[in-house]
Design a protein around this ligand. Structure first.
Ligand code: GRF
Length: 198
């Protein structure tokens, strides 16, 4: 069996998707988590990753006062040291520069809480409710230079209920994210880009 693929995961918050990814990478899984990094040293996900035995790093973006290239130059240090084959963005809330994306193009994934190409960006659940959509969901896609537009590797759908609020819808979609992202990563790490539909 070939060496498992090395996966680095970038987070900004609690890291519930990161935990599902890390927990899924065991046994005959074709990949292993080698790093969890965050732009926020107080992100609860860092401690959770450490408890799962994954090395962690925190590079605070605030001292760079919007200088994204300078922030990324620091962020790249622990990432390159971990020699990842694949980068997973999991609730990472910094927009990456085209130069950073180009470095990992074709091997960087992101999860987004809408049925792309619908609702790139923020407040996806409220926008789905405001539009009166019957369905909502989440998407795993390859990251390209244009935010939330890369090739789709999987989608999961949920019905929108009449009594839904953005919060109740977000919670149901998050449950599907936790199934979709590990399923896509397992396929992607095995070299299979065929999409997963849930
Ligand atoms: C998820 O809904 C993800 O789609 C979005 O940010 C949220 C992060 O959740 N980008 P978590 O940190 O993985 O719990």
């Amino acid at each position: 069996m070939s060496e498992p693929k090395r996966v680095a995961i970038l987070i900004s918050g609690g890291g519930s998707n990161m935990i599902r990814l890390v927990e899924s990478m065991e046994g005959d899984h074709p990949a292993r988590a080698v790093l969890v990094a965050s732009n926020d040293a107080s992100a609860a996900g860092l401690e959770r990753a450490a408890r799962l035995g994954v090395p962690t790093a925190a590079i605070d973006h605030r001292p760079f006062k919007g200088d994204r290239a300078a922030f990324e130059a620091e962020l790249l240090k622990p990432i390159l040291a971990a020699k990842p084959d694949i980068l997973c963005l999991a609730g990472f809330m910094r927009v990456l520069t085209p130069a950073f994306v180009a470095r990992f193009e074709g091997r960087m994934l992101n999860i987004h809480p809408s049925l792309l190409p619908l609702y790139p960006g923020l407040h996806t659940h409220q926008r789905a409710l405001d539009a009166g959509d019957a369905e909502a969901g989440c998407t795993v896609h390859e990251v390209t230079a244009v935010l939330d537009t890369g090739p789709i590797l999987g989608q999961a759908r949920v019905a929108v209920e009449p009594e839904d609020t953005a919060e109740t819808l977000a919670a149901r979609v998050l449950g599907m994210e936790h199934r979709l992202y590990p399923a896509v990563l397992r396929r992607f790490a095995a070299g299979d880009r065929s999409p997963v539909w849930l």
